[in-house]
Design a binder for this molecule. Structure first.
Ligand code: ZN
Length: 160
């Protein structure tokens, strides 16, 4: 994804246009051939009592546009796009009194549960991040992919 600019004003305008009661700002990572980027969503509520429904609306994406050599270099955070998303979300929280749901603020991860999947999620045994347990027979079920890689690296070091 190319570099994108997405900010508080734009988000607020979009939210007002949706016209339903905003309850949560959800921030998730996603990746394409150019690397990782951030997607921001708004969860709204309509109806009442038994007829309450939640809806998800895509607000916008944030990409630093550098491609993702950072990952291959083993370069560590900060991820400026995550910080930027968090700043927008904090401002929206102040204005609209909603919650922020950002399961992986410290590192890119596209295996995190969506806001409505939290009942299926577990906490990674190593870093405590919310994850959906993997179905792959080759990966550890109790940790996230990043921690799985860290464990593998550590095992290798322990052997040598
Ligand atoms: Zn982890």
């Amino acid at each position: 994804m190319k570099e994108t600019s997405f900010g508080y004003e734009q988000a607020l305008e979009k939210i007002k246009g949706i016209g339903q009661k905003p309850i949560v700002i959800e921030i998730q990572w996603d990746g394409d051939t150019q690397g990782w980027f951030i997607m921001m969503f708004l969860i709204t509520e309509s109806g009442f009592w038994k007829f309450k429904r939640t809806h998800v609306h895509h607000l916008g994406n944030i990409s630093s546009g550098h491609g993702d050599l950072r990952l291959f270099n083993g370069q560590v955070p900060p991820w400026p796009e995550a910080k930027q998303a968090m700043n927008i979300a904090e401002e929206l929280k102040k204005e609209l009194e909603l919650e922020i749901y950002f399961p992986s603020p410290n590192e890119p991860d596209d295996d995190c549960p969506r806001w409505w999947e939290q009942d299926k999620a577990i906490h990674c045994a190593d870093c405590n991040k919310l994850i959906i347990p993997t179905t792959s027979p080759y990966l550890s079920k109790e940790v996230c992919y990043n921690c799985h890689l860290k464990r593998k690296r550590k095992n290798r070091e322990d052997i040598h």
